[in-house]
Design a protein around this ligand. Structure first.
Ligand SMILES: CC(C)(COP(=O)(O)OP(=O)(O)OC[C@H]1O[C@@H](n2cnc3c(N)ncnc32)[C@H](O)[C@@H]1OP(=O)(O)O)[C@@H](O)C(=O)NCCC(=O)NCCS
Length: 169
């Protein structure tokens, strides 16, 4: 496997929008209904809260996947918990990119003092469940029929990994 993980820049917005689009349009993996274009992706990259990482996997100048975290919920007591997402271009799946991106986000969250990483997975999604399970996340619950998309109700499974933060502040 060649390539490397690096921090996303606004210039990555076009490729990120291309990778994300089929997931929004053709599946319930994302609960967005309209696929964001390049401009909107640029805005999201620029507006991500400073505490959270947004990383891409790049090989020979081509972004093939990305991962980021956001705040889990807005109330202050949730400030040490992050929710993460990972997306790999369909043509590059099954080569370890998802795992590398997931590991890199977890490393960043640990460095930044987070206590928990969460992932919300629309069920079923065997590849995502396999990825987070292999990254030592454990399933902590299911929201039943929490989303309605593409003419169906969808369950959302929650996965959690405790991080190394021990100091309470
Ligand atoms: C989920 C996703 C990010 C995984 O990325 P990937 O680069 O294909 O995954 P990797 O090659 O790094 O594999 C990671 C682990 O999951 C396993 N895995 C990946 N796809 C799998 C599949 N379809 N079935 C079973 N296991 C699978 C791998 O064997 C590997 O396990 P290991 O580390 O124990 O060897 C990718 O499939 C994707 O982008 N899917 C669409 C978007 C999505 O569902 N994102 C998650 C939203 S929460």
């Amino acid at each position: 496997m060649t390539g490397r993980v690096r921090t996303a820049t606004p210039e990555d917005a076009g490729r990120i929008a291309v990778i994300y689009r089929p997931i929004v349009v053709g599946s319930a993996v994302s609960f967005e209904i309209d696929a964001p274009g390049e401009e909107e992706m640029r805005r999201r990259i620029l507006n991500l809260p400073a505490a959270h990482p947004w990383l891409v996997w790049e090989d020979e100048g081509l972004v093939q996947g990305y991962a980021y975290s956001t705040e889990l919920r807005s109330r202050a007591a949730y400030r040490f918990s992050a929710e993460m997402s990972v997306y790999v271009d369909e043509a590059f799946r099954g080569r370890g990119l998802g795992r590398s991106l997931c590991q890199a986000v977890v490393d960043e969250l640990e460095k930044r003092g987070f206590a928990n990483a969460f992932a919300a997975i629309t069920l079923p999604n065997p590849s995502s469940v396999a990825l987070f399970t292999s990254m030592n996340f454990e399933q902590v619950g299911v929201w039943r029929a929490a989303g309605f998309k593409l003419g169906m109700w969808h369950d959302v499974g929650w996965w959690q990994r405790r991080l190394s933060r021990t100091v309470e502040q």
